[in-house]
Each structure stands twice: as structure tokens, then as C-alpha cells.
Design a protein around this ligand. Structure first.
Ligand code: ADP
Ligand code: MG
Length: 823
């Protein structure tokens, strides 16, 4: 027979801890060992028997100026002086044991210096029934209460473990049916809590069986101390009673579990006093260490702000992890001497007890669900509900309705229905039952995601996509000259990107146009441009200059303007045929070239708007720089997060290799790992913050961009007006209403010639262009034609490029760099 252990059932069933919301303090009692030399002059008790006052006389040898403390007062839950075992049990343990039967875990610990009565309190004397301690009495109470609860089937199991020099010993391993293995026992964690792997847990069907197990353990404790040369006062002993209560009513799926830990701690006396050497010293060091770790854990538990409790520092605290504080009922008994010469240890034990009192616990019921019972009950319920449904269907004259899960054929049918519904061949989908409705939705979702994928893969086949947040790729693309600094595509040559397809001149806008005299020659120019005619260009060539800007305001009325422009800035300007112009002496016979005129305009009438334009651009560039910096910071934080995660993983693997981490359950981590977790948390916070900043910056950039565009448009249209008024247009032509600041009027000049603007290499005329195009799609043909003319006349000194819509990813056409024909 193998080592009996906690049945598997506990691991597979659902586990729930029900908190009652009542917080409780740890109860601390002090028990005095009887002595003939009780120091009544130094130790006194409060009237309510809940406090101990200690007073010592000043040590006169320490001089007149003497800060030595001489008075202490300790508040406790009870002082047990000359108390019988009976009385001690009732005061200390009875309630804890009673509550264990209701599903609350309980822990009772005895703490104190060697010989102060810890073992006497916990185990008592085995030869005298009257002097039996808490352990046998607790077992008795458990069995008595079981008898009082015939409605429940309650099982009791026990284990008895000793921790000596940081090694775990099973005090019940000598039982004939326990299979001894050489693998050392280890403390492990599971979702159900802490358990000791390899520790035998024994069923106790009757009170008598439980006592036998206790005596077996006690005997082994004594024998082991001789055979292994152990000093029994230096070991910790943990006797655990496991209780599991199932209702006898099979319909009740819930059951409760609990455990009572009864702990006889090692002597708490300090090392200096024992005068230990060699082996003894080693033992004493271990004891002091584990007790001081216990104390550290207690202090941490008492401090509500502490998140991390160092349970794993030693076997004792690790084994008691879920029995110290937490959801347990917890009691501590400080065993002390009343003798004057032991006062120092007495004080230290009282201090420990008071520290324990600072801990609050929140006792909770450990409730579990019996999976087997649950399945059986659900099956029963299902049968009943199906019967009920059948009755409803027959009453409603519905036949052929099934409620079973759908098979593949049925699902395929629904899929086809949904598809037909989506392309309109099916008018509506009949509702049959809930399951069918759910499947319809499910198929909708599937079809939607398939379509999304199709669209994306179509796009990918056609374009190379760059994530707008992928700054590295964007900057590489910028370097390659595929996109400009703003992420706009450069040299969109086939016209598809922006719908700048070739369109006839008979576009709507053209038809509307009233051709005024100065533009009569436009027709002649158009003729020149027809394919085959000298100076005409092929489509491919024309599009290579599509970066030529086609800026105009939203209200472009006159589309024949370009002819004028061409004249104006051609290397051999065509003489104006307009008699009116000739009659105006103030104007030069040949208008000045646009670039120089633009410079002049910026210093003159356009100075204010140019200033604002520049200012806005400075702000825009500043924001862009900041955004790029923020992106870099985000990347570096991300790298740090990754490396911290990696370090954490290493820690985790190391922890798992140590075999102390069971999985899924509560994590036990050491300080280093804890610090890494904190660091990771902080980094993630930083990351979120930076990310938010970047998003804000992007919004700001978009806004600034809009302002810059507006200014640019305004500047250009004002220039147009100014230029026309100053050099080209007759008074009568100048008269058309100036509706809006940004509107263009007769004589609008193609921006392709405003080469002076190209000095601002971040100018993005394309943006204005795009907004114009989207506002007035019919103008596409016009702009295309104009573009061709521009090229033909070799006005291809351009300054900016196309601007794809901001909201979509930057789309780069798959082309060779030569396609871009960049200046
Ligand atoms: P500890 O376990 O703290 O080292 P023990 O429980 O072994 O101390 O007690 C030492 C001795 O004192 C034992 O012989 C025990 O029977 C006796 N003793 C301790 N406390 C009492 C008490 N309250 N009444 C009677 N005897 C006691
Ligand atoms: Mg003892």
C-alpha cells in the first residue's frame, strides 16, 4: 500500500473560499509554568486577567544616570496562571476546533523557551488522561461533534510532521502500510493550498484510531531524538487534523474542508544563553533562524501595507503559509516561567505574543463542489428540461425541432444561408431556436473575418504597407526616397493613388468655365499637347511629374488658368495678346517669373500670412520631433520590459526547478523576483504614460498640419490674386467677387511654378491637393490635364509630393526607384 495522501478529489473539484467579511485579531494567551518561586514582586496580572505587568528594580550598578527601562505592560486575550489543562483547552482551543467543523481552518501554536511547558500544553502527558493536552482533546471534540451531525458524512485524517535543522520528518512513517521512499519531503503549493509532498496522511475513522496515530507520532518523536541524537526541544512539530464534510443528501453538491494545525514550536531561548557549541550551535542557529523568520513573517502580516510576506525563507513558515493569518482562526499560547531569573526570556516571549495580536485574519469557509455530484444533478435537470421542451413544442404544434448540438452539415447549411442573405439572394433567415440564432451570429462573424482577410490580402498583393507607428521602417522608406518626411508618398506615377487619372477636358468644371479673354490662348496650348504633336508627352512621362502641385482653393471656378501660368513662367514667355494688357502702362509687358514674384509677394502683401504660415510650421515640426522622440522612448521602455520579463522568466524557471512551486496556485516568490515584478509594473506604467503622450502629440500634429495647410492655401491664393492684379488681369477680369480668403479667381497660377516654395522642403502641397480633390472629385481630370501641360512646358520644378489620406496606412506602390523620377 502506498503512502496515503490527500485524496485526488480535492484537486479536481471546484474550490471556493467564502469570506464572511468579519476580520478577527489573532488571539494570544500567556500560560505560566507552575513554580515555587514565582516572582510576585515583578510580575502582576490585570484584574480582568488579560494583561501582564512586569516591573524590575533599577540596576544600581549602571550608575545614577540610568535609562534602563523597568516597566512593561502586555495586553493579551487571557492570562493562564495555575490553569488546568481542561481550562486551557476551553479557553484556547475549543472555539477553533468547533469552527473547523464548519469549514474554517485553524492554527494553534505554542511558543516559549525550553521547559516552559509548550509540549505539556500541546500534547500533555500521555500517561495521565487528566493531564492530556490540546491535541488529544481536539481529536475528542472533533469526533464528538461528528456524532452530533448525522446529516453529514465527515472524514478525519491526520498527519504529524517534525522540522529539525530545516529537514522535514514524517513522524507517522513507521506505520506498516506507509511506503517509505528515499525522496525527501518537500513543501508544495496547489490551488487548494499548501501541502507537504511525501508526508503521509492517515484516515482516522474513530477517536481511538486518531489517538493511536497521535501516540505513534509521539513515540517516534522521542525515539528519533535518541537515535538521531536530536535535541527534541530544538525541533518544531506540526500535528494536522484534516476534516472533510459532505452532506448526506446527494443533491447537495457542496462540501467543506478544513484543517487544524497544532504547532509545538522549538525553544525560543536565545543562542547566547545556551552556550551551545558544535552540533548544538548549529541546531540553535537553525532554531533561532526559523523562529526569527517566523517573527519576520508575523511582523509583515501585522503590517497591512505589506504586500509581500516572506513565507519561503524557511520550512516552518513555508509549511504554515496558509495557516498563519489569512483566512484562519489563529491562536498563540506563550509559555513562560514565572521565575525572576527567567525574566529576560519571559519578556521576549510576551513581546512575541503581543506582536501576534497585531495580525488580523479573515476566517473563511473552504467550500468545494463535488464534481461528480454536480454532473449527476445537471444530467437529471437536463432530462427534465428536455421533457418540458418536448411538451411545449407539441403544444405549439412544432415538430422536427431539435435541441441537440449542431453537426457539421447543419453548420454548413447555416453558413450558406448567411452568405445568401449577405448577397441578397435570401431575403431573411428563419428563426428556429436559440442554438440556431447563436450559430447564425457565429457564421456572420466567421464570414466577416474571412472578408477582412481577403481585403487585406488583396491590398497586400497590390501595395506594400507600412505601419504608421513603425518608425524604423518609415525612416528607411524616407531614406530610400519612397516617402517624404511626413510619411507622404513621393512620385505617385500611375495616378491610381490619388485618383489623378487622365480625364477629358470636357469635365464638368470645364463646361462651367467662362473663358475670359486672357485665357483664349489656352485652347491653342491644349492643341499643342495632343498626342503626337511636338512637345507632347506620353502618359508615363506626364505622370512622372505628378508630384507637381495642383493646389487650388475649394472654389476653383476657372480651370483654364494654367495656360496663363505657362505663359507667365515659360523660358520664352509668350507675348500677351490681350490688347487690354498692352494699354496698361504700369505693368511690364512681360509678367515677372512666378518664383521671383512670389518672393516679392511674401515680403509685401503676403508678409503677415507668410509669417503665420512659418510660425505654424515651426510648431508642427517641433511636435513631429517630439513625437519621434516619444516613439524612441517607448521603444526603449519596451526593450527594458522585454529584458525584465526575461529575467523574471529565468527566476521562475529557477524556482520551478527547485521543485517548490506546484503551479497555478498562489505564487511563492523571493525578494529578487518580487523586485523584478515591481520594476515590470513600473515600466508598464511608464509605457502607458508615454504611449498616451504620443497619442496626444499625434492629435496635435494632425491639428497643426491642418493649420499649416490652411495657411499655405491662403498664401497661395492671395499670391494668385496679387499676381493677377499686378501683372496679368484687366480690371474687368479682376472684379469677380472675393468670396473667401482662400478662394481662387481668374488667373490662378499653377503652383508647380512656385518653386520658391520648394525651399521649405517640408511643404506639403499634396495635402491641400488631396483636400481639394476629395471636396471636388470632378476636378481630377482638370488637374491631370494641367499637370501634363506643366510637364510639357518643363515647369517641373516642384516642391512637394502627394499626400495620402492620413487615416489610412501609408501605401507605397511597388515600383522601382527609377519609376519615381525624382528631381
Ligand atoms: P517545553 O516543551 O516548553 O520545553 P515541557 O512541556 O516539556 O516544556 O515542560 C517541561 C516540564 O515541565 C515537563 O516535565 C512538564 O510536565 C512540566 N510542566 C510544564 N508546564 C506544566 C504545567 N502547567 N503543569 C505541570 N507541569 C508542567
Ligand atoms: Mg517541548
Amino acid at each position: 500500500m502506498g503512502r496515503p495522501s490527500i485524496p485526488m478529489k480535492q484537486h479536481k473539484d471546484k474550490h471556493r473560499i467564502i469570506k464572511m467579511g468579519t476580520r478577527k485579531k489573532v488571539h494570544a494567551y500567556v500560560r505560566f509554568r507552575p513554580t515555587d518561586e514565582f516572582a510576585y514582586d515583578m510580575i502582576s496580572f490585570g484584574e480582568d486577567n488579560k494583561s501582564v505587568d512586569i516591573h524590575i528594580k533599577k540596576d544600581t550598578r549602571k550608575g545614577i544616570v540610568n535609562n534602563q527601562q523597568t516597566d512593561w505592560s502586555f495586553k493579551l486575550d487571557g492570562v493562564l496562571h495555575d490553569a488546568s489543562q481542561d481550562n486551557v483547552y476551553d479557553t484556547v482551543a475549543k472555539e477553533v476546533v468547533a469552527q473547523a467543523l464548519d469549514g474554517y481552518n485553524g492554527t494553534i501554536m505554542c511558543y516559549g523557551q525550553t521547559g516552559a511547558g509548550k509540549t505539556y500544553t500541546m500534547t500533555g502527558t500521555t500517561e495521565n488522561y487528566k493531564h492530556r493536552g490540546i491535541l488529544p482533546r481536539a481529536l475528542q471534540q472533533v469526533f464528538r461533534m461528528i456524532e452530533e451531525r448525522p446529516t453529514h458524512s465527515i472524514t478525519v485524517r491526520v498527519s504529524y510532521m517534525e522540522i529539525y535543522n530545516e529537514t522535514l520528518f514524517d513522524l507517522l512513517s513507521t506505520l506498516p502500510y506507509v511506503c517509505n521512499t528515499d525522496t525527501p519531503m518537500i513543501i508544495a503549493e496547489s490551488p487548494q493550498g499548501i501541502f507537504v509532498k511525501g508526508l503521509s496522511v492517515h484516515m482516522a475513522g474513530r477517536e481511538e484510531d486518531a489517538f493511536s496515530l497521535l501516540f505513534e507520532g509521539e513515540t517516534n518523536r522521542i525515539i528519533a531524538s535518541h537515535t538521531m541524537n536530536k535535541n527534541s526541544s530544538r525541533s518544531h512539530c506540526i500535528f494536522t487534523i484534516y476534516i472533510e464534510a459532505h452532506s448526506r443528501s446527494l443533491s447537495d453538491e457542496k462540501y467543506i474542508t478544513s484543517k487544524i494545525n497544532l504547532v509545538d514550536l522549538a525553544g525560543s531561548e536565545r543562542l547566547g544563553k545556551t552556550g551551545s557549541e558544535g552540533q548544538i550551535l548549529k541546531e540553535a542557529t537553525y532554531i533561532n533562524k526559523s523562529l526569527s523568520f517566523l517573527e519576520q513573517a508575523i511582523i509583515a502580516l501585522g503590517d497591512r501595507k505589506r504586500e509581500h510576506i516572506p513565507f519561503r525563507q524557511c520550512k516552518l513558515t513555508h509549511a504554515l503559509k496558509d495557516s498563519l493569518g489569512g483566512n484562519c482562526n489563529m491562536v498563540i499560547v506563550a509559555n513562560i516561567y514565572g521565575d525572576a531569573n527567567q525574566l529576560e526570556e519571559t519578556l521576549s516571549s510576551l513581546r512575541f505574543a503581543c506582536r501576534m495580536k497585531l495580525i488580523t485574519t479573515e476566517p473563511a469557509i473552504n467550500e468545494k463542489y463535488d464534481a461528480e455530484r454536480m454532473v449527476k444533478n445537471l444530467e437529471k435537470q437536463l432530462v427534465l428540461l428536455k421533457q418540458e421542451l418536448a411538451i411545449h413544442d407539441s403544444l405549439a404544434n412544432r415538430s422536427m425541432v431539435t435541441y441537440d448540438p449542431m453537426d457539421e452539415v447543419q453548420i454548413a447549411e447555416i453558413n450558406s444561408q448567411v452568405r445568401r442573405y449577405l448577397d441578397g439572394t435570401l431575403e431573411e433567415i428563419d428563426i428556429i431556436n436559440l442554438r440556431q440564432i447563436q450559430e447564425v451570429f457565429n457564421q456572420f462573424k466567421i464570414i466577416l473575418s474571412q472578408q477582412e482577410q481577403e481585403v487585406e490580402s488583396n491590398l497586400r498583393r497590390k501595395y506594400t504597407m507600412i505601419d504608421k507607428n513603425d518608425f524604423a521602417t518609415i525612416s528607411a522608406a524616407q531614406k530610400a526616397g519612397l516617402i517624404d518626411v511626413e510619411g507622404n508618398m513621393v512620385g505617385d506615377t500611375d495616378g491610381q493613388g490619388f485618383g489623378l487619372g487622365l480625364a477629358p477636358f470636357t469635365s464638368k468644371v470645364m463646361k462651367k468655365t467662362k473663358v475670359k479673354k486672357p485665357f483664349k490662348d489656352f485652347g491653342a496650348l491644349l492643341k499643342k499637347e495632343t498626342p503626337g504633336s511636338p512637345g507632347s508627352v506620353k502618359d508615363g512621362e506626364s505622370v512622372s511629374t505628378s508630384k507637381t502641385q495642383l493646389l487650388s482653393s475649394k472654389e476653383v471656378d476657372v480651370k483654364d488658368v494654367p495656360s496663363r501660368d505657362r505663359e507667365a513662367s515659360s523660358s520664352e514667355p509668350i507675348q500677351s495678346e490681350s490688347p487690354k494688357e498692352e494699354t496698361r502702362p504700369t505693368r511690364p509687358s512681360t509678367p515677372p517669373p512666378k518664383p521671383s514674384a512670389f518672393e516679392e509677394f511674401k515680403n509685401e502683401r503676403g508678409s503677415e500670412i507668410n509669417r503665420i504660415f512659418k510660425q505654424n510650421k515651426t510648431i508642427l515640426n517641433d511636435r513631429r520631433k517630439k513625437a519621434s522622440e516619444a516613439a524612441q522612448r517607448i521603444n526603449s521602455i519596451k526593450r527594458e520590459i522585454d529584458s525584465t520579463k526575461e529575467a523574471l522568466n529565468v527566476q521562475k524557471t529557477f524556482r520551478e526547478e527547485q521543485g517548490e512551486y506546484e503551479n497555478k496556485g498562489l505564487m511563492i516568490i523571493d525578494e529578487e523576483e518580487f523586485l523584478l515584478i515591481l520594476k515590470l509594473k513600473e515600466l508598464k506604467k511608464q509605457y502607458r504614460g508615454e504611449y498616451q503622450d504620443l497619442r496626444d502629440l499625434k492629435a496635435e500634429i494632425q491639428y497643426c498640419q491642418h493649420l499649416v495647410d490652411q495657411c499655405r492655401q491662403r498664401l497661395l491664393s492671395e499670391f494668385d490674386i496679387w499676381y493677377n492684379e499686378s501683372f496679368l488681369v484687366s480690371e474687368e477680369v479682376q472684379s469677380p467677387p472675393k468670396t473667401k480668403g482662400g478662394s481662387m479667381r481668374l488667373g490662378t497660377i499653377p503652383l508647380s511654378k512656385l518653386t520658391s516654395l520648394a525651399e521649405d522642403d517640408e511643404d506639403k502641397f499634396g495635402q491641400t491637393q488631396l483636400s481639394n480633390l476629395t471636396d471636388c472629385p470632378d476636378s481630377v481630370a482638370f488637374y491631370n490635364a494641367k499637370m501634363k501641360l506643366d510637364q510639357k512646358q518643363n515647369y517641373s520644378k516642384t516642391m512637394a509630393s502627394f499626400q495620402p489620406k492620413k487615416s489610412v496606412p501609408i501605401v507605397l506602390k511597388e515600383k522601382s526607384p527609377s519609376d519615381y523620377n525624382l528631381p
